[in-house]
Design a binder for this molecule. Structure first.
Ligand code: CUA
Length: 350
């Protein structure tokens, strides 16, 4: 639907990149222009009357009519019709917004201080939201800590996310491109760091997932796997270079010999190969509230069921690696075909 009013006013709004954008803009512009026209009409007549009917010497005011049925009907029925139209436009738009398309793919969205995790139907996770053009998606959103708000201006899609609740929204991206996701609820000192990329790809959904959201954990690089998991799940609250964040830093964690907890108890370790240390790390990931490190808040969500024992193992390998506070990412093969070629070479007897 091309509306002349709309294209005229479109220059000051973001691109229209979802199925809701045109409808939302149309109603927004309609209300805006109704307001502008009414404002101008009222103010112009008011100033005009103030000038021509001003008090002047020798001018005697004439008596004015006290009642005009026609005029009163006009200014009652006219605005009422406009308001009823706005209500129905808004209500029908809201109904569409709340009724996901049947073929919508579900993406789970977890908001936390300070980032976003997207979990796709194939079980993979990413920090960037990958979508396929014209593939409707339903976002099932939840927050790990405080209230955040999901907002992609180009999609005209916005919703608050409260901890302990599920929120659902849907849309169909209609324009290939790169957009930004913003958190629009002030959620702490890192609020402004919650900007993430949203990419609408040209490939159909399955193809897009295979190319962009497929991660094969590499048995030969447990530390790199751990680093990836760290970036996704731990990095928001735990540094590994010793800098202060919400939770204790991972620097020196592997060489820890003694840990003091908030309840006054302590644990001693004889190195990161010891059962005590490994059990403590595993427990801290699965049941973080069991033992709170002295001086830190009890804020971490449980990762029980979210991380497999292998993945916890990768994180442990990574923790040992960053004990000194630094980490250098290993060079990655450039393309997927190189990875596949490498895997074949490794398994094919020469
Ligand atoms: Cu999350 Cu602001």
């Amino acid at each position: 639907m091309i509306n002349p009013l709309q294209s005229l006013a479109q220059f000051y709004l973001p691109k229209q990149a979802s199925n809701f954008a045109a409808e939302t803009d149309f109603l927004f512009n309609a209300i805006l222009w109704i307001s502008i026209v009414s404002f101008v009409a009222i103010v112009v007549v008011m100033v005009w009357f103030a000038v021509i009917y001003r008090r002047r010497p020798g001018y005697v005011p004439k008596s004015s009519p006290s009642h005009s049925l026609g005029l009163e009907l006009l200014w009652t029925i006219g605005p009422s019709l406009i308001l009823i139209w706005i209500f129905f436009e808004g209500a029908s738009g809201y109904a569409t917004l709340k009724t996901p398309a049947n073929d919508a793919e579900v993406i789970e969205v977890t908001a936390f201080q300070f980032g976003w995790i997207f979990t796709y139907p194939n079980g993979e996770v990413s920090e960037t939201l990958h979508l396929s053009v014209n593939q409707p998606v339903r976002l099932q959103m939840t927050s790990n800590d405080v209230i955040h708000s999901f907002y992609v201006p180009e999609f005209r899609a916005k919703m608050d996310i409260m901890p302990g609740r599920k929120h659902s929204m849907w849309f169909k991206p209609t324009l290939i491109g790169d957009y930004k996701l913003f958190c629009t609820e002030y959620c702490g000192e890192g609020h402004s760091k919650m900007v993430r990329d949203v990419i609408v790809h040209a490939e159909p959904w399955k193809e897009m997932l295979r190319k962009n959201v497929r991660y094969r954990e590499d048995q030969n690089h447990p530390v790199a796997n751990g680093h990836r998991l760290y970036k996704l799940w731990c990095g928001g609250c735990h540094s590994y270079d010793g800098s202060a964040k919400t939770g204790p830093s991972f620097k020196g964690l592997a060489s820890l010999t003694n840990r003091e907890f908030a309840d006054g108890s302590t644990l001693s370790f004889s190195g990161s190969e010891s059962d005590e240390w490994q059990n403590y790390i595993s427990e801290s990931i699965r049941k973080p509230d069991a033992r709170i490190v002295k001086g830190y808040p009890n804020q971490m969500p449980s990762f029980e069921g979210k991380l497999s024992p292998e993945q916890i193992g990768y994180i442990i390998r990574f923790l040992r690696e960053v004990d000194g506070g630094t980490y250098t990412e290993p060079a990655k093969p450039a393309t997927e075909s190189e990875v596949e070629a490498g895997a074949e070479a490794a398994t094919t007897p020469q």
